[in-house]
Ligand binder design. Structure first.
Ligand SMILES: [Zn+2]
Length: 354
């Protein structure tokens, strides 16, 4: 057996292969047996697998993890995108609301400015119409204090377009009414529907704003009169048709009568100024000659040169009438009161502050 020696000892025994036997020797150049890759797990001392097998072995779990991470990231990105989209939509909607609100406010402001300008123009137009009433003494036609109150009211209403619009309508309607009254006065002043001297005088004195009627003044005023004015219609002088036919009636008497009746129109339509003036006549008044009547007579005596309270009218060579009116002839100071009163009631336009 010694011949078999060491060489034989180095040979693996073919009859008893073992796991250890198929392992290459640590310093052997021999390639590992193919069986090593099969069922037997590599021992700690097993040789390193080749590079390809390492890569392929490690790539598989990394790919799955990578895919999961990618999916999660994509999902997160998607969620972020959705969230951003939702927030963006909400913010866009809010922005649109703000823009809409701003546009609405701009429109409202614009509308308000338009309404205020329209009101200003309406007031300017009203003042232009009012100016045409300068010198008119028949009262109660123009109400400057009222218009000033409207302007102040509109100043309070200045933030409310609807209120300003309504204020404007009121001003425009007033302008129209004053315009119509002016036009009617012009027609009235240039026509004589009764065909009487009284109307001609009344039209002239009243600039067309005082009317004349030839009717049954006796019945209307409840007494025998040549003419009268009632509080129901203070703008109309009623002349008694029957009295006008009397033989003593002449142009002079009719002119005096028209002055007297026009004074009543002024008294009725300028109550405040008249209240002060009429007091001057109270001491001279009697039951048959009330203060308002002797004041009206004084008006004729003041403004109709040559007028006298007692008139003698000859109707033929041997027949005359004594016309006495209310019988009181006013003095110089009373005539001055009449002049002052007449001057004070003349309408003077003034600017209404807006
Ligand atoms: Zn009278």
């Amino acid at each position: 057996m010694a011949n078999d020696g060491p060489s034989s000892e180095l040979q693996p025994e073919p009859s008893s292969p073992s796991t250890a036997d198929v392992q290459p020797a640590p310093f052997s150049d021999a390639a590992p047996a193919e069986s090593a890759d099969t069922d037997v797990p590599p021992s700690p001392q097993a040789p390193e697998p080749d590079a390809d097998s390492v890569l392929s072995a490690e790539k598989k779990p990394k790919k799955r993890r990578g895919a999961i991470v990618a999916i999660v990231l994509l999902a997160l990105a998607f969620l972020v995108a959705i969230t951003l989209f939702v927030f963006s939509s909400i913010r866009l909607e809010q922005a649109l609301d703000i823009v809409e609100l701003r546009d609405q406010k701009i429109n409202e402001q614009s509308e308000l400015i338009d309404e205020k300008q329209t009101f200003g123009l309406a007031m300017d137009n009203l003042m232009a119409v009012v100016a045409e009433y300068e010198g008119v003494r028949v009262g109660g036609l123009v109400h400057l204090e009222r218009y000033e109150g409207w302007a102040q009211q509109t100043w309070k209403d200045r933030w409310d377009a609807q209120e300003v619009r309504e204020d404007t309508i009121r001003v425009e309607e007033t302008s129209m009414a004053l315009d119509e009254a002016l036009a009617a006065a012009k027609v009235n002043a240039s026509t004589n529907t009764t065909g009487t001297t009284m109307e001609a005088v009344t039209d002239s004195l009243g600039m067309g704003f005082a009317n004349s009627a030839l009717d049954d003044a006796d019945t209307l005023c409840g007494q025998d009169v040549a003419g009268c004015v009632t509080s129901d219609d203070p703008y109309t002088a009623h002349y008694d048709a029957e009295s006008d036919k009397r033989p003593y009636m002449n142009k002079w008497l009719r002119t005096g009568l028209a002055h007297h009746e026009y004074a009543h129109v002024l008294q009725f339509t300028n109550p405040e100024a008249t209240e002060k003036a009429v007091g001057t006549f109270t001491a001279s008044a009697t039951a048959d000659a009330p203060d308002y009547e002797i004041m009206a007579d004084c008006f004729a005596l003041t403004f109709l040169d040559g007028w006298e309270i007692e008139q003698t009218v000859w109707v033929s060579a041997y027949e005359y009438w004594e016309i006495t009116g209310y019988g009181y002839t006013c003095n110089a100071s009373q005539k001055q009161i009449i002049r002052d009163w007449y001057a004070a009631i003349a309408f003077i336009p003034r600017t209404v502050t807006q």
